[in-house]
Design a protein around this ligand. Sequence first.
Ligand code: PXL
Length: 291
Amino acid sequence: MRPPKLAIFNDLSGYGRCSLTVEIPVISALGIQACPIPTSILSNHTGFPKEYKVDFTEHMEPYVRAWEDLGLSFDGILTGYMNYEAQVSLAASFIEKTASENTVVFVDPAMADNGKLYRGFSSEYATYIKERLIRKATIVKPNITEACILTGFDYDEIICDSKEHTMRKLKSHLMNIMDELSTLGPADIVITGIERGNSIINAVSENGEVKFLTARKTGSNRPGTGDIFSAITCASVMKGMAFGKAVAKAADFVSTAIRISDDAGIPTEEGVIFENILSKLSATADQLSPY
Ligand code: PXL
């Protein structure tokens, strides 16, 4: 049986467990062939006091062109952390040229958190992500900050509501945001990381049907967890799992990884220990329907 193929746009950080360094093993464990397109190459992620970084933008176009010349095709395309509009534009035209109506196009906007854009990212970049990539996605996975930026909703008001107002009010805000995102095109949406007390809520819209998945917050926020979440969700959907179930499985794996990392006293900047539990994930690959 031929494993489905997934093209992945993300950076390669050599140390600190994030982006391609965690996505590739997780995707392989789920029985999908991982085909990376690095956006930049770093000695380690930017949560450490220093890093050495090589921007890969100028190589990306000939890299992707070689694949196109070879006539390679992919069953899925996953995009994560990118640096420049030129990279977003390249990913968008790769989708235009290679995706068919059956291709899973999973976009993680990876540009903001905690109410603001990451350092070095502008509101023009956010608009570019929305217009060039979100409109082409079949699945989109913003965190609550990114979801607000993409739809124009007020983050402070929603976060304030999540602390001080009823769950009903919070859910109604999230449903409005998901409605707005779905008008851009994606059939499946998950808004991650909505913290409320000791819980984390993931809001899921699966073909218009909305669910709120609540999990206990298991520990500290660690780099790379969003990448693992995207990789598991995307790979599981490609193997035929329903979107809501794939999200629940990803959330469960990430929360276990955070718990064991906290228990083992792993410094936060080292991300999560996932190596020890990867075999649990690959065991679930057998339960997924064959491609
Ligand atoms: O997924 C997190 C991430 C990805 N890529 C780079 C990062 C980080 C988090 O710090 O620095 C380069």
